[in-house]
Design a protein around this ligand. Structure first.
Ligand code: CP
Ligand code: NVA
Length: 319
């Protein structure tokens, strides 16, 4: 794998050098600020990725990731092509390595949504252009840039604040763990024992300074939290046949108004798609403290910061 000078993959928050996540958040806030009042089909004033093409490969479904990368790249002046697995030779057994070489001949930047993280690693290993993790079963780093940006909009500086994660110790939860090692917030995790984040991941983050609390109950996590965060109980890479067992295990972690009342005027966060009546009650997700659609919108602003980082561009210098 050889990337041009200053170009980088964006595979996991755990890979970022110190200070980079903060820099991405600052860039995302700034890029959002300069869009105020502009129609969505117009370019950003600096159009810093004019002439560049983003290829997006989807081996799993997506609404927000697809829309936000597409709109974000176009507003940066670039162009996009969307490739669904079912339409690609990848779906008929062509190797990831060959696909990576071919994509590198056509596109300047690639994004992959897939199940196995190894597929992403292999694409990045063979691509000659930057590769972005658009979600794997292991992690969802783009989501967490948007989520932390959203938190800061509603609750101010992250330092010293408590975010509570309730439910499945899944890909989104793990990217929060990775972020906690980069930024100065407390992450309280309440997950059933059978669905917790791997101990080695927690320890690796703690060794880098993450303030992570493992909670016995949802109430303990919610106590004085500034945000309650959850996700679906059955992720795209999970076996749907496990749905009933998961619902039983996760029942005590459903985000209810009673739990919200234990927090410190908390916001409610969810990456979406959501299932009302499962991981969260309709009262909470449709209530005044819910910021779910800000999170969805912020995917685009965050994605811009990420793409500019990958391309080695100065994200805000030209605005
Ligand atoms: N949150 C998120 O990644 O949404 P999509 O699955 O719709 O892309
Ligand atoms: N944990 C979810 C996130 C969806 C954006 C999944 O992987 O399906």
């Amino acid at each position: 794998m050889s990337l041009a000078d200053h170009q980088s993959h964006f595979l996991d928050l755990a890979d970022l050098p110190d200070g980079k996540l903060r820099h991405l958040l600052n860039s995302a806030h700034k890029r959002k600020a300069v869009r105020a009042g502009k129609p969505k089909g117009t370019l950003d004033d600096d159009a810093p990725l004019a002439g560049y093409l983003l290829a997006m490969i989807f081996e799993k479904p997506s609404t927000r990731t697809r829309l936000s990368f597409d709109m974000g790249m176009r507003q940066l002046g670039g162009q996009t092509v969307i490739l669904n697995q079912s339409d690609m030779q990848l779906g008929r057994g062509e190797s990831i390595a060959d696909t990576a070489e071919v994509i590198s001949r056509f596109a300047d930047l690639a994004m992959l949504r897939t199940g196995p993280h190894e597929t992403l690693s292999e694409l990045a290993a063979h691509a000659h252009v930057p590769v972005i993790n658009g979600l794997t079963a292991y992690s969802h780093p783009c989501q967490i840039v948007a989520d932390l940006m959203t938190f800061e909009e509603h609750k101010g500086a992250l330092a010293g604040q408590k975010l509570a994660w309730l439910g499945d110790g899944n890909n989104v939860a793990l990217s929060f763990v990775h972020a906690a090692a980069q930024l100065d917030f407390e992450l309280a995790l309440a997950t059933p024992a059978d669905f917790s984040i791997a101990h080695a991941e927690i320890k690796a983050a703690q060794d880098k300074g993450a303030k992570i609390t493992l909670c016995e109950t949802a109430a303990q996590a919610a106590d004085k939290a500034a945000a309650l965060v959850t996700d679906c109980w059955v992720s795209m890479s999970d076996d749907p046949a496990e749905a009933q067992a998961r619902a039983t295990a996760f029942g005590p972690y459903q985000v209810t108004q009673d739990l919200m009342d234990m927090g410190d005027a908390p916001i409610f966060m969810h990456c979406l798609p959501a299932y009302r009546g499962s991981e969260v009650t309709a009262e909470v997700i449709d209530g005044a403290a819910s910021v779910i659609f800000d999170e969805a919108e912020n995917r685009a602003h965050a994605q811009k910061a990420i793409m500019l980082h990958c391309m080695g561009a100065a994200p805000e210098a030209s605005l």
